[in-house]
Write a protein that binds this ligand. Structure first.
Ligand code: ZN
Ligand code: ZN
Length: 439
């Protein structure tokens, strides 16, 4: 049985960029020595994170990578953001991801000027967060708020008669008006009534916070200095905690994670992965993933069967439409993979949660590079890039949720279909079945 290092490079997989005459992975290809070696020795393919042509959010895409059916398991991003910042969630609570943003009034609407209020820094954001906290104290619906990093935060509302089946207020686009929260179509009558109540409250809350924040002295100062005021709290991804089998229950492995942003920590915690005790001392600087990889290999040799290692920066650079920086980043990342190649009882998965186009600046619904390395069957691929993997990949194009079963198989952990030694019919080899006792 092999232990598993699951490397997720956020937004890995791009598209043809005219000035590179290829994708960033193709352009960097001759310099990706370690990735190419793993490609030559491993088995590759591509994956559709959710379904062909559907650009997923990172949260949904990760659930799919871990083998969960995201069309059935409906969990809003707010849940992951809350868990990822150590906020506990109860069943009757709804969590939202929030952005401090900048809006301008146009007649009777609020137009979004900047969804991140100029990527507001800690000091101002914390001062404004205190204003929000004071304001929400006595609201009719019990509400709490926590600022996390830059413009980001989490808002949680509590009550038996609330629903998360509602739209975002964030239009997700600059130049568009803030949306009035509305119930999502298709819910049953009782749920719809709860959703309506939730929307009424959040509409009032959004207006109230706008009226408070726009006059706040922090924003007065920001305006004087030519900075964008953080005059609204946009909300999105409302969700409640859902019952689902943990990662351990589903795949039979003791798992841990290392990730920088709250969303990814939250997904891992939601699935019951354990917090890596050295996490805080790990180096998240852009050019040094090597230390994290070494630490992951360490814990795989000691305590854990599975490490999820999340690498964020490539996706940020794609959102900022900087393909050349993506190329530089990939080259750096490749150097940090060097310790992996020395391991001989490890299965490594190298993939992304979704493709991100550094030309369009957004996630796309295109397939994502996928590589398994570690004494696996081999295919004819020698270079780690989209076209080579599509041409010669031995796995073809699979669905994101099929990656975990393939992982179990290649790690010699999969139970053969049809064998029934475990009453729960787990897909992994288990020794949990009750044994026959003579006395
Ligand atoms: Zn992502
Ligand atoms: Zn992204």
């Amino acid at each position: 049985m092999k232990n598993i290092l699951f490397l997720v490079v956020d937004g890995l997989g791009d598209e043809y960029i005219p000035k590179l005459a290829g994708t960033p992975l193709e352009y960097a290809s001759s310099k990706l020595e370690n990735m190419n070696k793993m490609t030559s020795e491993g088995i590759c393919g591509l994956h559709w994170p959710v379904k062909p042509g559907i650009p997923p959010s990172s949260g949904k895409a990760h659930l799919s990578l871990f083998g969960y059916d995201v069309e059935k398991l409906k969990v809003g991003r707010g849940v992951f953001e809350a868990l990822g910042t150590n906020m506990k969630l109860e069943k009757n609570e709804i969590a939202f991801r929030t952005n401090f943003a900048t809006v301008r009034k146009k007649k009777n609407e609020l137009i979004v000027v900047d969804r991140r209020a100029g990527r507001i820094k800690k000091k101002d954001a914390e001062a404004l967060a205190n204003t929000v906290k004071k304001k929400i104290k006595n609201w009719e619906v019990q509400t709490r708020f926590k600022h996390t990093v830059e413009h980001r935060g989490v808002l949680i509302i509590k009550g038996e008669n609330l629903s998360d089946k509602i739209t975002d207020t964030d239009p997700h686009q600059i130049g568009k008006p803030v949306i009035a929260p509305q119930p999502i179509w298709g819910s049953k009558e009782e749920e719809r009534q709860k959703a309506e109540k939730t929307c009424d409250f959040l509409e009032k809350a959004t207006k109230c916070l706008y009226n408070t924040l726009k006059k706040d002295s922090v924003n007065e100062k920001r305006r004087r200095k030519g900075k964008k005021p953080a005059n609204i709290l946009l909300i999105r991804g409302g969700g409640s905690i859902a019952e689902t089998p943990s990662f351990k229950e589903k795949w039979g492995m003791k798992a841990t994670y290392t990730a920088e942003a709250p969303l990814y920590k939250g997904v891992a915690r939601f699935l019951g992965m354990e917090h890596l005790s050295v996490e805080e001392s790990l180096d998240f600087s852009a050019n040094n993933e090597k230390k994290r990889i070494l630490k992951a290999i360490d814990v795989l040799n000691d305590d854990y069967d599975f490490v999820f290692l999340h690498i964020k920066l490539a996706d940020n650079l794609s959102h900022s439409k900087k393909p050349k920086k993506v190329v530089e980043y990939l080259k750096n990342l490749d150097r940090s993979f060097e310790p992996i190649l020395k391991e001989d009882n490890l299965l490594v998965i190298l993939t992304g949660d979704h493709s991100s186009s550094s030309r369009r600046g957004r996630h796309t619904g295109m397939p994502v590079p996928l590589l398994f390395w570690g004494d696996t069957p081999r295919d004819a691929c020698t270079k780690f890039n989209e076209n080579e993997l599509a041409d010669k990949g031995g796995l073809g194009t699979v669905h994101g949720k099929d990656i975990m079963p393939i992982t179990l198989d290649l790690a010699d952990r999969a139970e053969e279909l049809g064998i029934k030694t475990d009453p729960k019919l787990h897909r992994y080899k288990t020794s949990k079945g009750k044994t026959l006792k003579l006395h």
